[in-house]
Design a protein around this ligand. Structure first.
Ligand SMILES: C[S@@+](CC[C@H](N)C(=O)[O-])C[C@H]1O[C@@H](n2cnc3c(N)ncnc32)[C@H](O)[C@@H]1O
Length: 395
């Protein structure tokens, strides 16, 4: 195997991140670590970030290569060997045999090991989706997630933003099937750009963008976004309605709504009001909303590749409990929809029990609603994250 020299501080940086990631979320660990190294250039930063994420994402697979549980140091060594980066001078490669590791990687192994999935989660997905569909989706969701932008069409057209970004050497292309989406072909410091600071675009998966289009907000409407979080979809609804719909953004977490308000200021959106969920909201707005978006909490199975360390948490018990929350939100907030009004129920899950199953159960108990259309976005067919959305109408 070809030997190369690895830059020691970078190897130490990855190791430090991996050690911290044993007890903390990798999303929290990495930014702090990179911030403490202002002298690293963008290539070095990418090298550290990518390899940290990859080792976390491939944990079970790497353990298989090493014949069992292993230290972060050995895991990183094995991973770099697989990528063809081998430096026998480096401590992390000591006691590792590159040939054995490469042979092990070529051997037959179940999908749960190949894609580092917990057995319980994978069994559930197979039961609900069937083996073939799950195999395709697990593979599609295994790698690094692509980056997409959502253009704020109130401020700039998509074509114009594409040409501005290309002129700055940022490789991008429009996404044919989603009118607001641009795919970023090579990672770049997007949130440092003047265009971002001016609110010309947000960073948002293309599948996620389909949800606001599904609701089709109109100027003059009163819209409630019941699970607004930090406002990814709220802001898109505001842009599509040309900032002319009145939007009430609700959530149960204050910190997220505060973030939404900051983003709304950057997007120059003025028609959004935020509120923590409380029972008075129902009394105040019962039967008044022209449209309600329920972007409910879910297993997040469709966004696994963005949260490589979250999959361990997706036990049967957790998925069942989150389904109860979804049913409760549907039941409770549907009272906000006016007669003839629209309701969009959405998740970032692939599981029918969180998706069409929930909608079916809701319709069985709510004869005053009807299903207009629904859609499942499959990562394997789109390279977007996996989302489900259903458009219902109150009769
Ligand atoms: C899928 S996330 C929403 C993402 C957000 N719409 C966006 O586009 O960025 C689901 C949100 O539901 C919120 N949530 C959880 N339980 C809730 C409840 N009972 N009522 C309202 N929101 C709830 C969570 O705090 C979380 O922000």
């Amino acid at each position: 195997m070809k030997k190369i020299r690895l830059h020691k501080p970078l190897v130490r940086g990855i190791l430090e991140a991996l050690q911290s990631a044993e007890t903390k979320k990798v999303d929290h660990v990495l930014p702090a670590l990179l911030k403490a190294q202002p002298k690293w250039g963008s290539r070095d930063r990418n090298f550290v970030a990518e390899n940290t994420y990859e080792v976390v994402r491939n944990k079970r697979f790497i353990q298989f290569l090493l014949g069992g549980d292993a230290t972060p140091s050995k895991m990183l060594g094995a991973w770099l060997i697989l990528k063809g980066l081998y430096d026998p001078e480096e401590e992390i490669f000591r006691y590792l045999d590159p040939e054995v590791i490469q042979d092990n990687a070529r051997s037959d192994m179940p999908l749960e090991i190949r894609f580092s999935l917990p057995d319980e989660l994978s069994q559930r997905a197979k039961r609900e989706l069937g083996d073939d569909r799950w195999a395709k989706e697990a593979e599609a969701m295994h790698g690094q997630a692509p980056v997409y932008l959502r253009v704020n069409e109130r401020w700039i057209t998509r074509d114009k933003l594409v040409s501005v970004l290309l002129s700055k050497d940022i490789a991008v292309e429009p996404v044919a099937s989603v009118p607001s989406a641009i795919k970023v072909l090579k990672r770049a410091g997007l949130n440092q750009l003047e265009e971002y600071k001016k609110g010309f675009f947000e960073i948002q998966d293309a599948g996620s963008q389909e949800i606001a289009h599904f609701l089709d907000p109109q100027a003059g409407e009163f819209i409630v976004d019941t699970c607004a979080g930090a406002g990814g979809k709220t802001l898109h609804l505001a842009d599509l309605s040309r900032n002319k719909a009145k939007i009430l953004a609700l959530d149960v977490e204050e910190g997220k709504l505060e973030e939404l308000e900051k983003r709304a200021a950057r997007n120059r959106v003025s028609q959004v009001e935020t509120s923590l969920w409380n029972n008075d909201i129902l009394d105040q707005y019962r039967g008044q909303a022209d449209a309600v978006l329920m972007d409910v909490p879910c297993s997040g199975l469709g966004v696994l590749r963005r949260n490589p360390d979250a999959k361990e948490l997706l036990t049967e018990a957790y998925i069942d409990s989150i389904r109860d929350v979804q049913a409760e939100i549907l039941q409770k907030y549907s009272a906000l929809v006016r007669k003839g009004g629209r309701l969009v129920y959405a998740t970032c899950s692939l599981l029918p029990s969180e998706n069409e199953g929930q909608v079916k159960r809701f319709l069985e108990n709510h004869g005053d609603f009807e299903l207009i259309k629904d859609k499942q976005i499959w990562p394997s067919e789109t390279d977007f994250d996996g989302f489900y959305m259903a458009l219902l109408r109150k009769k």
